[in-house]
Design a protein around this ligand. Structure first.
Ligand SMILES: Nc1ncnc2c1ncn2[C@@H]1O[C@H](COP(=O)(O)OP(=O)(O)OP(=O)(O)O)[C@@H](O)[C@H]1O
Ligand SMILES: [Mg+2]
Length: 305
């Protein structure tokens, strides 16, 4: 069974002298909800378009759903919510979905049933007979989401799916992603809303100036934990001893900060400190937020040293 859904090797896209994507290297497994994070202009949308075969790579390679990137035969198994989409706005919501369904080879009663289900799911059943030009921004976005899901895709690319959505709309997106996960689909998510990424993604990659610079698992078991320790002795021999339990041990004023792999390390640290006769004034762990990660990863080369 194929478990890798997307694999890329040094995928690159240049528009004239602009390097949009300089080196995209990712490997995404079936059923994963993968977040792709980076500042504006980092090349996220261009990467998605290359993976969908909508933009031709300048160099490098990729396989998507087992086929070389750009192979149109797999396109019907993928769904795509574009970042900006334009379409004929005299179409009604229902006609818009019908056209996209037909492009994927659906028709007749099964297509109409699918459209009804999706319209209901994105709360547009009532508005479905109205032309899209009368839709609000959030309604258009929800119609776009329904469009991305019409073919029951195995792989869904969502480029900023919550943009323009109110809090209820954002909850809807989160639920739709959970439904995709539950049926084993793979989701590739571009989003700047890190709280949402944190709530939905299994793994994220940070992209900076067209290059994937860092990957992070968000699963509880493997995500890095930060431990904060206040002790009555923080001399260098104490810090060195702590290095047996943690990578990255540093003194921040009177607080020792450590990075550990698992929560189980915390009681081990406590036992060791007690054994050394060191008084513990405070010891706690917390997971670093994605926003903190983002700032750390993106700001790496701005920091001195
Ligand atoms: N068709 C194009 N022609 C020329 N340059 C382009 C084109 N598409 C994208 N670019 C450039 O490529 C770079 C990456 O753009 P891209 O849209 O992929 O970024 P992004 O990470 O999606 O940004 P955002 O977070 O703002 O959506 C930018 O410098 C952009 O100006
Ligand atoms: Mg973009």
């Amino acid at each position: 069974m194929m478990t890798t859904v997307i694999e890329t090797w040094a995928l690159r896209k240049q528009f004239g002298s602009t390097v949009a994507v300089s080196d995209l290297s990712v490997c995404i497994r079936r059923g994963e909800v993968f977040g792709f994070l980076g500042p504006n202009g980092a090349g996220k949308t261009t990467s998605v378009k290359m993976l969908l075969g909508l933009v031709e790579p300048t160099s490098g390679g990729a396989t998507v759903l087992g086929a070389p990137v750009g192979d149109r035969s797999c396109r019907a198994r993928m769904g795509f919510l574009p970042e900006h989409f334009r379409f004929h706005d005299s179409l009604t919501g229902r006609e818009f979905l019908r056209i996209h369904g037909r492009l994927l080879g659906l028709h007749g009663a099964p297509l109409e049933r699918r459209i009804d289900d999706l319209l209901a799911r994105v709360h547009l059943l009532e508005a479905a007979h109205r032309p899209l030009r009368q839709f609000s921004k959030g309604m258009v976005q929800r119609a776009g989401l329904a469009q991305a899901l019409i073919g029951e895709p195995e792989l869904v690319f969502l480029d900023e799916p919550t943009s323009g959505l109110d809090p209820l709309g954002r909850v809807l997106v989160r639920e739709l992603i959970e439904e995709l996960r539950a049926r084993g689909a793979t989701v590739f998510l571009n989003s700047h809303l890190l709280g949402e990424v944190e709530a939905t993604c299994d793994r994220v990659a940070f992209v900076k100036q067209g290059r994937t610079v860092h990957e992070l698992s968000l699963k509880e078991s493997t995500a890095a934990l930060e431990v904060e320790l206040k002790a009555d002795r923080t001399d260098s021999s104490t810090l060195n001893g702590l290095r047996n339990f943690a990578h990255d041990v540093r003194l921040d004023g009177s607080i020792v900060r450590l990075r550990v792999k698992s929560e189980n390390v915390v009681p081990e640290i406590a036992r060791w400190l007690v054994g050394q006769g060191i008084g513990i004034h405070g010891l706690g762990s917390r997971r670093k937020s994605l926003e903190e990660w983002f700032i750390e990863v993106m700001g790496e080369d701005q920091r001195p040293g």
